[in-house]
Design a protein around this ligand. Structure first.
Ligand code: SF4
Length: 603
């Protein structure tokens, strides 16, 4: 060790070393020891710093206290939101405007958004985090380019998004938004959070955004209608005779539906009796019941969906085109977005000659309810153990079990109501959209490969949907869109190899989505799609042989029957037959042969 500390000691001089200095000498020795200790401590800190062992005081993360969005600001502030398809977002916008909010959706995230997300956010996030966070920053920057100052943007806009407490990176979205906003110069921009496990009434008093029953019903109806209309469009577009017609009709229908969402007034108590009731303590309960019944038995949405059905039905289609059906699964955002976030995969698949089977948001909602029920069941009786309740304390045991049953009953009720409402909309569109998949069936088939209690992302759904759609003859190929850096998707990737080894006929392709590498991803999809096309063609060949007709005969027959060229025409689904064309040909062949028999009988 260096002698420098001693060299640096003040010179004591001859007088200092005299007898007079015993006490002073002790002081001196003491100060040398202190100095040595200080130097030792400094050296230790330096070495620890170099070795990365620095001891830092733990700092707990605290959610920043934001300026609240208040009721008084409602007229001046625009609520921004995004993350779904443009169809869902347009309807959500209508529903929020109906409740008196100014709102706008942010555009579909593109690659520039991804780059901004990387630039301003933390490292090591998953793909959807970069895209969605960067997209908000990009949108705010575009507002700035219109001439607004940063402060004006902060004052006049808020962002509304879903949040969770994990277990995957979804739990960090809120913090990521705030970090990126701060880094991009929008510190103080307000992010409003809807906790996906929070249920109704997440509103605070005098909150600018009241998350009450009207709000939830508006959002749920928008999502459900968005789902069914989206599903129909994806079923028609690959078979349209006049290119672009489906998109044109879809645009018109969305304008129509947006208008209805915007105009539908929330239910209120009206009439003399209700006026009287309003003055009593039953007012709030009566209003809630009224809103609920209005939702269950009102026909505002089904009537307009009949109009949508008829408009879609006017599109001429040719179902004899042989196309492989590709079921999209994967992570929620990656399988929903229609842009760079998943390499524009839906458009690519349609261009390559496939029919895309999209995933409705409704599956996610029923999954959330299913998981909540499972959790309650798993926790049954834990409170009794926690409180050391003895086995003979029957009243406590009974009340604990009753409490559990009540919670499960409420969720079962919510589940059934949700499914009923969804299927009412499906029916209004002539049963063309797919029904919601049964969560219990998905759990049953997915659980042996992926524990259904492992939460995060889509949990066991990715695995279960792969088996379900392949085994039920609903698709030729499953394409799983998995964002890079996605923890749950990485887990399910491992489980999928066990699934594929057990179900040998399955064509399953997992593709990691990112902000780059489109060509590579598209080329992988093309290869798997080639296999699916061969399967679809072979299936058609087998069907024609079985039916004893030629494709030309079927096509001629269909041309003589215009109703068979309509999208809402029913042709059924035959066991073991997947493709639209194959199922349609089987049906058409039956009709054709029946007509021939009739002709023979008449002659
Ligand atoms: S599921 Fe995956 S991609 Fe989605 S938020 Fe969680 S970690 Fe990210």
């Amino acid at each position: 060790m260096s002698t420098a500390p001693f060299n640096n000691l003040p010179d004591q001089g001859p007088a200092g070393r005299s007898a007079a200095g015993t006490a002073a000498g002790l002081v001196q020795i003491g100060s040398v020891e202190d100095l040595v200790r200080q130097r030792l401590e400094a050296e230790r800190r330096r070495l620890e710093r170099e070795a990365g062992l620095e001891r830092r005081a733990a700092r707990q993360f605290h959610r920043p206290i934001e300026r609240p969005f208040t009721k008084a600001e409602r007229d001046k502030v625009t609520i921004l939101f995004g993350g779904l398809t443009w169809k869902h977002e347009k309807l959500v916008q209508g529903a929020l405007e109906r409740l008196g909010y100014h709102c706008a959706s942010v555009p579909v995230p593109n690659k520039r958004a991804f780059q901004l997300g990387k630039e301003y956010g933390n490292n090591g996030q998953c793909n959807p985090t970069y895209f969605t966070v960067g997209n908000l920053v990009q949108h705010l920057q575009s507002l700035e380019e219109t001439g607004l100052t940063k402060q004006e943007i902060i004052d006049r806009y808020v962002f509304f998004t879903a949040g969770a407490c994990g277990p995957c990176r979804f739990g960090m979205y809120e913090a990521e938004y705030r970090l990126a906003l701060r880094n991009s110069g929008f510190d103080g921009f307000r992010v409003l959070l809807f906790q996906q496990s929070g249920g109704l009434n997440q509103a605070e008093a005098e909150a600018g955004l009241e998350m009450n029953l009207d709000f939830f019903l508006g959002i749920l109806n928008s999502l459900n209608i968005g789902d069914v209309v989206n599903d129909v469009a994806y079923q028609i577009r690959p078979y349209e005779v006049n290119p672009g017609e489906t998109d044109r009709v879809l645009d018109e229908c969305m304008d129509l539906l947006y208008g209805v969402m915007k105009r539908k007034r929330p239910y209120t108590l009206e009439g003399r009796f209700w006026e009287w009731l309003k003055k009593t303590s039953l007012s709030s309960t009566a209003t809630t019941v009224g809103k609920f019944l209005d939702q269950l038995y009102g026909d505002d949405f089904t009537v307009v969906l009949h109009e949508v059905r008829d408009r879609f039905n006017a599109i001429a289609i040719d179902r004899t085109r042989v196309k492989p059906i590709v079921k999209i699964t994967g992570e929620f955002w990656a399988q929903t977005t229609e842009g760079d976030g998943n390499f524009n995969m839906f458009k690519f698949l349609e261009r390559e000659g496939a029919q895309v089977l999209v995933e409705p948001v409704g599956t996610w909602i029923t999954y959330m309810i299913h998981q909540a029920k499972q959790k309650i069941r798993d926790q049954r009786g834990i409170d009794l153990v926690g409180q050391n309740i003895s086995w003979w304390n029957l009243s406590k045991i009974f009340s604990s079990h009753l409490n559990t049953q009540q919670k499960i009953a409420k969720l079962t009720f919510a589940e059934n109501v949700f499914r009923r409402e969804y299927h009412r909309l499906v029916e209004a569109l002539a049963d063309v959209p797919h029904h919601l998949t049964d969560q219990y069936e998905l759990q049953r088939i997915g659980h042996p490969f992926y524990n259904s209690r492992a939460g995060g992302g889509e949990g066991h759904l990715e695995v279960a949907k792969n088996i379900y759609y392949s085994n039920k003859d609903l698709c030729h190929m499953v394409l799983s869109l998995k964002p890079f850096g996605c923890m749950p998707s990485t887990q399910s990737d491992g489980a999928q190899s066990a699934v594929v080894s057990q179900y040998k006929d399955m064509i399953f392709l997992p593709v990691e989505t990112s902000g780059e590498g489109d060509v590579n991803a598209h080329s992988r999809v093309q290869m798997a799609l080639g296999e699916a096309k061969v399967r679809a063609k072979n299936e058609m060949k087998a069907v024609l042989e079985k039916a004893g007709v030629t494709l030309e005969e079927v096509q001629e027959f269909v041309s003589e029957h215009p109703e068979m060229q309509q999208p809402m025409y029913k042709y059924g689904h035959h066991k073991g037959v997947i493709g639209t064309a194959a199922n349609f040909v089987l049906h058409a062949a039956e009709r054709l042969k029946a007509e021939r028999r009739e002709l023979v009988a008449v002659n």
